[in-house]
Design a protein around this ligand. Structure first.
Ligand code: XIL
Length: 302
């Protein structure tokens, strides 16, 4: 096939992108989106600070805009993200443990019920582990006040709120085998053994020269898949340019395609001009929506 989405679909996968609602009025942005991609992730619009800026007062405007665009085009939607230490309104951090537990469960329940039936996969918990060799959990209001059990509680609440959505744990620097991915692996293994509802693990996959596509990327995706969960590449971007960037992209795509339960790939934006990585050119289309060598290598790999 001649587009990313259609080629991925031939292999039983989706090919998605992060989308920002405020660019949906830009015609080359929308035409590239509609032509090339069959899944979207709201880049910021479903984060806690966007949806529930003050306690129990929800505003869904920009997120709804993305979801209805996707639905009208038959694209899947990845929900991102329910429980995360970042882009979290300050009121959440000032609650005591009892209030925080109920605010967390209320946030998950309200948001997932609002979108019930419309979200393919939800990042229920994002980035709960520390970088480095300790394998420890990251400090956050949730971790600090509720302890390790907050993750399990979030997943159980999520399953009840939208039983049809796949429930994912999502993180970065877990793409290869290392202390952090080992810690996530052990958590997922424990969840599967104890029947805690988890369906998928997302690997953000933000790569650059200091953190390149790992040699054991495929092996790492496979070991998670072997636990009985789907795996997804959720926020792929690779700094660089030209053929070396293109080679890295094809290695990432090939790693996913080699793992049966790797169900889809999402790049973290359409065009370099709107990438969150301000200093780089990490995406598949340049600032004028021209296809880069990386685009052609991804299409060829799919
Ligand atoms: C980023 C967005 O791309 C930026 O626009 C925003 O300012 C900060 O967040 N990991 C994640 C994403 O899970 O939500 C982050 O997105 C990038 C890192």
């Amino acid at each position: 096939a001649s587009t990313l989405g259609a080629s991925a679909a031939e292999k039983g996968r989706y090919f998605g992108t992060a989308v920002a609602a405020n660019h949906l009025g830009e015609s080359p942005y929308v035409s590239t989106l509609n032509t090339e991609f069959n899944s979207v992730t709201p880049e910021n619009e479903m984060k806690w600070d966007a949806l529930e800026k003050s306690r129990n007062s929800f505003s869904y405007g920009p997120a709804d805009q993305i979801v209805s665009h996707a639905q009208s085009r038959n694209m899947k939607v990845r929900g991102h993200t329910l429980v995360w230490h970042s882009q979290l309104p300050s009121w959440v951090g000032s609650l005591n443990a009892t209030e925080l537990r109920s605010a967390m469960n209320n946030h998950i329940t309200q948001v997932m019920q609002h979108y019930r039936g419309k979200i393919h996969s939800w990042d229920v918990v994002n980035e709960a582990f520390q970088d480095g060799s300790s394998g420890a959990r990251r400090s956050s209001p949730f971790q600090d006040k509720l302890g390790n059990g907050f993750i399990e509680e979030a997943f159980r609440t999520a399953r009840a709120a939208d039983p049809a959505a796949k429930l994912c744990y999502n993180d970065y620097n877990t793409d290869g085998q290392n202390a952090k991915s080992n810690a996530v692996y052990n958590m997922v293994k424990d969840f599967k053994q104890r029947g805690v509802p988890i369906d998928c693990v997302g690997f953000q996959s933000h790569f650059n020269s200091a953190s390149p596509v790992p040699g054991d990327y495929q092996a790492n995706l496979k070991r998670f898949a072997d636990l009985g969960v789907d795996v997804q590449i959720t926020e792929l971007d690779i700094e660089g340019s030209g053929s070396s960037q293109a080679d890295s992209y094809s290695r990432a795509v090939n790693a996913c395609l080699a793992v049966t339960r790797c169900t889809g790939i999402t790049v973290w934006g359409i065009t370099d001009k709107y990438s969150w990585r301000a200093s780089g050119t990490p995406l598949l289309f340049d600032g004028n929506y021209n296809k880069k060598p990386a685009y052609h290598s991804v299409l060829a790999a799919l």
